[in-house]
Design a protein around this ligand. Structure first.
Ligand code: HEC
Length: 251
């Protein structure tokens, strides 16, 4: 028995390591909110404009997404779908895997489940930690996914970040220990169209949308849970009254 428990614990170790991001880079925690429709709509817009050219969310249909997050079908068709697609289609992607491998070194994976596989915090941090690295084919690297094959497709929004500990002169040192303080900051000469706070909000919305995609039933599940609890409370009261009724003459 003891052996079985130890084996079980050890078998969990890689899972835990994966959840922590693998690289040891601290993940920024977020709380996704499937009831925040405005955030999900903005997230869907970012996803369709910046991600769907390479990635698919092929376990979702446009129609379901539009209905779930409150986008009218005509707006969905006009703004958030490829022209050849119909509203009932799956959100697939025509990019050929073998070609993608040649371009990026790896095929862009389907993103329907990515927040379940990697975690919300990981995806949120990943989207915010691209930084300049001239050694990489696209000139950028990523803090939680080292040597990633994906280019920084959101550069026009975020600008280019530099790692203060790479390159010529590390700017800051800890006054007590003298150690370099590393961090990512947007290069003032290559700013994006958003401030860092606006970009964080945009990436929250995008992660929120991907978290919704991974579990579209989450809201319904929560609501159902509340009904089930209410039903149990009612059942308890009725049973109590019945019990009193049955036992009232027995002393
Ligand atoms: C130009 C094509 C391209 C675009 C556009 C693109 N990606 Fe990627 N993405 C890739 C490729 C290629 C990989 C695989 C990288 C690898 O394995 O090295 C990837 C990997 C990822 C991963 C890691 C998946 C995993 O678990 O390994 C996430 C998350 C991701 N992309 C999210 C996004 C989001 C969100 C957007 C939109 C903002 C986006 N991508 C836009 C090409 C793209």
């Amino acid at each position: 028995m003891k052996k079985a428990i130890i084996t079980l614990l050890f078998s969990l170790v890689p899972v835990l390591g994966f959840a922590a991001g693998g690289t040891g880079y601290p993940l920024d925690p977020i709380e996704t909110d499937p009831s925040d429709k405005a955030s999900l709509q903005r997230g869907a817009m970012y996803y369709q404009n910046f991600c769907s050219a390479c990635h698919a969310t092929q376990f979702q249909r446009y129609e379901r997404v539009a209905d779930d997050i409150g986008i009218p079908h005509d707006l969905m068709l006009e703004n958030l779908m490829p022209q050849s697609s119909k509203i009932g289609d799956l959100m697939t992607n025509g990019m050929r895997k073998d070609e993608a491998k040649v371009w990026f070194g790896a095929a862009p994976p389907d993103l329907t489940m990515v927040t379940r596989v990697r975690g919300d915090d990981w995806v949120y941090t990943y989207l915010r930690t691209f930084y300049e690295d001239p050694k990489r084919p696209w000139g950028v690297n990523n803090k939680v996914f080292p040597d990633v094959g994906m280019p920084h497709v959101l550069m026009e929004l975020q600008g280019i970040q530099i790692d203060s500990c790479q390159g010529a002169s590390p700017t800051e040192r800890d006054p007590l220990t003298g150690e370099k303080i590393c961090g990512l900051t947007v290069d003032p000469d290559r700013k994006g169209s958003m401030t860092p706070a606006e970009y964080d909000q945009a990436m929250y919305d995008l992660t929120n949308f991907l978290a919704y995609s991974a579990e579209p039933m989450k809201m319904e599940r929560k609501q159902l849970g509340i009904y089930v609890l209410l039903f149990l409370v009612l059942l308890f009261i009725v049973s109590l009254l019945l019990k009193r009724e049955y036992w009232k003459d027995i002393h």
